[in-house]
Design a binder for this molecule. Sequence first.
Ligand code: IMP
Ligand code: MG
Length: 178
Amino acid sequence: MKIIDKTIEILIPTDKLLSRVQELGAEITKAYAEAKEAPVLICILKGSFIFIADLIRYIDLPVTVDFLGTSSYGADTKSSGVVEITKDLSEPIKNRDVIIIEDIIDTGLTMDYLIKMLRTRGPNSIKVCSLLHKPSRMKVRVPMDFLGFMIDDKFVIGYGLDYAQKYRNLDYIGVLSL
Ligand code: IMP
Ligand code: MG
């Protein structure tokens, strides 16, 4: 969707997004180059589906991909801290090296919950890859092993991220003035 609504301002344009995603792919490739088995990437739905689709094409390892559906927002712009699992993984992660692929870490509450939940399933390791992070809003410290961009405390949309389920199809990250 190229049409720019007058209430949307471009924060990260497509070319900048893709070149950073390419770098993240190279970082992940390097980090797991010596691993016995390639990692499983867990896409946190719905927000991360576009990010992971681009990212895996820049990872030069035989990774596997799985999907975890979560919902924490309702139609609001503030995290409730309550994470509902709407779709579970399709494969066990026992003894696997896991990389959680997230669109954005805001307060950290969602990621903290997800790491604790996935840890109970006995993976060999868990790392976190997030496209965006708003450091000023952090409430819980969570690891960010691979991070795309730090951004200011603004509500962002596009490239998978939504406001009330809309705007995921923008090919850039924009700021929505509410
Ligand atoms: P946290 O639990 O506060 O870290 O929020 C994490 C989740 O809230 C993310 O996975 C997003 O789905 C959503 N979220 C946080 N900030 C934004 C934003 O600026 N735009 C869209 N979704 C957001
Ligand atoms: Mg999300």
